[in-house]
Design a protein around this ligand. Structure first.
Ligand SMILES: Cc1cc2nc3c(=O)[nH]c(=O)nc-3n(C[C@H](O)[C@H](O)[C@H](O)COP(=O)(O)O)c2cc1C
Length: 355
């Protein structure tokens, strides 16, 4: 019986080859940040408010003017067809049916054009290619296909080393492609000893970027730009000074710099630095409704879910992703009722105490 997300996590390895399971599940180096992203939630306790008439609860909000039914978004996750043949299309449909936002990754198995018809709430995650013509072309395609924002991943001047992928000589299965790069040398991985993905990224990613690039992305895409991977208040401030429309507080699910600070810890200091009106989204280790409430109470406007989306996809495609979202949503509503919150604005900082 599936009661919570951990029940799906337990079933996940049964569905996949060991190398694909390792690719999806692992983190960088010793995986300390990966584990801390989850355990940090126990360092924060809830101080529930009582007798607040919680007979009806509303989880809706809006992000960049886009109305959504709940603050639970799907994080960009590369190569989703390794979990289920329908890949990113299944995720887009599930997120749309739950009335929330999916961010399609650059490294998807279904293309910008293939995913577009399945949701009117799509963001696109950008890995900035050294060849600016490739990046410009991708941004143009997003605009033409009605994507609502660009999520520029800033924490990847190169890929962090996931040692399991190195040992497995991880490579995308032959029957799949990186669909957004059709017709270019980036469509497939070449064979290398060690992780092919890591070599692929070294060829693709531009390590020369600075904050000014946010202006360029905005100009070329004609869309709002969110910067993903920010952990420091001063970097958050620089993003906004350079025209960002929001930031995603994230350590890439512990997959880039190991021993980087867990994201939950940085939400409050970043909110204090940038002020109450700026858009802040957080991800990393969110597995429970109480986790979502803690992120929102500390200052996030919404959260993103990473690996649990893949657990749902592998379990049952679109229905599996809907199951993940429904479990989280039910838990969030229960948490709101038990803390005296009838809408997301009621989720205030004084609900949380840090151990
Ligand atoms: C298998 C996998 C692939 C990912 N691919 C990307 C990606 O292509 N681009 C990106 O910005 N983040 C990527 N991420 C990071 C997620 O967007 C997100 O930050 C992270 O998964 C959140 O942590 P969680 O998995 O603990 O929920 C990936 C994460 C995983 C687990």
């Amino acid at each position: 019986m599936i009661v919570n997300l951990f029940d799906l996590e337990k079933k996940f390895p049964e569905k996949l080859s060991e190398a694909i399971y390792d690719y999806y599940s692992s983190g960088a180096r010793d995986e300390i940040t990966l584990r801390r992203n989850i355990s940090i939630f126990n360092n924060y306790e809830i101080l529930p408010k009582l007798l607040r008439n919680v007979s009806s609860v509303n989880t809706s909000t809006s992000i960049l003017g886009l109305k959504i039914g709940n603050p639970i978004m799907a994080a960009p996750l590369a190569m989703q067809s390794m979990a289920h043949a329908d890949g990113e299309i299944a995720t887009a449909k599930a997120m749309s049916s739950l009335d929330s936002i999916m961010t399609l990754p650059t490294s998807s198995n279904k293309s910008i054009e293939e995913v577009a018809p399945h949701s009117d709430k799509l963001f696109f995650q950008l890995y900035f290619a050294k060849d600016r013509k490739i990046t410009e072309d991708i941004l143009k395609r997003c605009y033409e296909k009605n994507y609502k924002a660009i999520v520029f991943t800033a924490d990847a001047p190169r890929l962090g080393t996931r040692e399991k992928d190195e040992r497995n000589s991880f490579k995308m299965p032959e029957n799949l492609t990186l669909a957004n790069f059709k017709g270019t040398s980036f469509e497939k991985y070449d064979d290398y000893e060690g992780s092919s993905m890591s070599m692929h990224s070294d060829h693709l990613f531009d390590p020369t970027l600075t904050f000014e690039i946010i202006h360029w992305i905005k100009e070329k895409s004609k869309l709002p730009v969110l910067v993903k991977g920010i952990l420091r208040p001063d970097d958050a401030a620089k993003c906004f000074e350079n025209g960002a429309d929001g930031i995603i507080i994230s350590n890439h699910g512990g997959r880039q710099l190991d021993t980087a600070v867990p994201t939950l810890k940085q939400i409050r200091p970043i909110r204090e630095e940038v002020g109450k009106d700026k858009l802040l989204i957080a991800d990393g280790g969110i597995r429970r409704g109480t986790d979502i409430l803690k992120c929102l109470a500390l200052g996030a406007n919404a959260v993103q879910i990473g690996r649990p989306i893949l657990w749902g996809l592998a379990h049952d495609g679109q229905d599996g992703v809907e199951l993940v979202l429904n479990i989280l949503l039910r838990e969030l509503v229960e948490t709101m009722i038990l803390t005296g919150c009838t809408n997301l604005n009621d989720i205030s900082q004084d609900l949380i105490t840090e151990i």
